[in-house]
Design a protein around this ligand. Structure first.
Ligand SMILES: C[S@@+](CC[C@H](N)C(=O)[O-])C[C@H]1O[C@@H](n2cnc3c(N)ncnc32)[C@H](O)[C@@H]1O
Ligand code: SF4
Length: 350
């Protein structure tokens, strides 16, 4: 397996909880930026980069870019037969024409940033779409012939009650998605949310919401296969599974990370610096590190513990973990209660 990640660092508006490398005032750079990404990709291909089994356009908001310009980047990626190709989209940018262009170039999966299906929660999160936009986008995704797609939701926004969250998950389930990612809202350093403690989520409230989401999604036939991810059988994200299995991948664009056989490296953070480096024939790499074997092993176990595949049964001292882990054959897997304490349990692997 080999993955390609393409970072698209542009948004119409910055959500005040988001710490991703993205900018809301640089759309004039989109064309020049995507041409630089295609150049960086072509250099990697010339250096013998393998064919990709998965490609992920993430952001930022990739669907903000003119679709033919975004697809010129995809055209530069050598694809393995049956490769999974995903584009992250914001619901208010999705049109039939945009999706038709994606599909014509080989995109077979989209990930929609839904976040909530309750208007006052969307407003508190600073989102620019409404629930009707989400329903319209999902209908367009189906009409475009995309057989698989993901809906992202967030729990723990300011003013969100448990009933609001149940309404979101129920409305999401009613859209019959093959895949759902549900994330606990996290307070990221340096964001406006970080400076506003009155809006910080409560751990116990988020734990209740996690359990409720898992019940509702599981009952709807979406199985948990990683702490924050649920899918119908066969619709698991191969690109994410590659990350969780410590596979090799190349990231293109500013702030993109790459990994090969225990060496990790990353590109410069801003689109301006990225474009300037690539256009002058230089590498966009800003730094890197090589993991020693012990660190790599522990990281691998920590990632696997978060997944349905679990870890080898002997890799964890289970003393005092009753009800939190279960042994299935020669594997040890977290229970629902255990998934809520995954970080604490993970520290035992070090
Ligand atoms: C980088 S965003 C890209 C998707 C798209 N731009 C959007 O927001 O709809 C990917 C996902 O990260 C999640 N995310 C971003 N910031 C987060 C935070 N502080 N806590 C939890 N989830 C977050 C959101 O669910 C979002 O859909
Ligand atoms: S959450 Fe998505 S839309 Fe909002 S700023 Fe981050 S990347 Fe952009």
């Amino acid at each position: 397996m080999f993955g390609v990640y393409v970072h698209v660092p542009f948004c119409a508006k910055r959500c005040d909880y988001c710490a991703f490398a993205t900018w809301a005032d640089r759309s004039h750079l989109i064309g020049q930026y995507l041409r630089a990404v295609a150049t960086e990709l072509q250099r990697a291909v010339d250096d013998g980069m393998p064919a990709a089994t998965s490609v992920f356009f993430g952001g930022g908001t990739p669907s903000l870019a003119p679709p033919d310009e975004l697809m010129a980047v995809l055209d530069a990626v050598p694809l393995a037969p049956g490769a999974e190709v995903t584009v992250e989209c914001n619901p208010d940018t999705v049109t039939a024409e945009l999706l038709a262009t994606y599909v014509a170039h080989g995109v077979n999966r989209v990930s929609l940033g839904v976040q909530s299906m309750v208007p006052h929660v969307l407003a508190a999160l600073g989102r620019t779409h409404d629930p009707a936009n989400v329903e319209r986008s999902v209908a367009l995704v189906r009409e475009a012939g995309l057989l698989t797609f993901n809906l992202d939701v967030i729990y723990g926004g300011a003013g969100e009650t448990l009933a609001d969250w149940e309404q979101t998950v129920t409305a999401v389930v009613a859209l019959d998605p093959p895949h759902v990612s549900a994330y606990a809202l996290t307070v990221e350093a340096g964001t406006p949310l970080a400076g506003d403690p009155g809006r910080h989520p409560d751990d116990d409230d988020q734990a209740d919401k996690y359990e409720r989401a898992d019940e509702l999604l599981t009952a709807a036939g979406l199985a948990s296969y990683e702490i924050s991810n649920w899918a119908r059988p066969g619709h698991e994200s191969r690109h994410n599974q590659l990350y969780w299995r410590q596979g090799d991948y190349r990231g293109f664009g500013c702030a993109a990370h790459s990994h090969r056989a225990g060496r990790r490296w990353w590109n410069v953070r801003t689109p301006e610096r990225y474009v300037a480096l690539v256009e002058s024939g230089c590498s966009a790499e800003a730094g890197g590190e090589t993991l020693d074997a012990a660190t790599r092993r522990v990281e691998g176990l920590q990632l696997a513990l978060r997944t349905r595949e679990g870890i080898p049964a002997g890799a964890l001292d289970t003393d005092g973990l009753d009800g939190l882990v279960v042994v299935e054959g020669d594997r040890l897997v977290l229970t629902r209660a255990g998934r809520l304490l995954a970080n604490e349990i993970s520290t035992r692997l070090a």
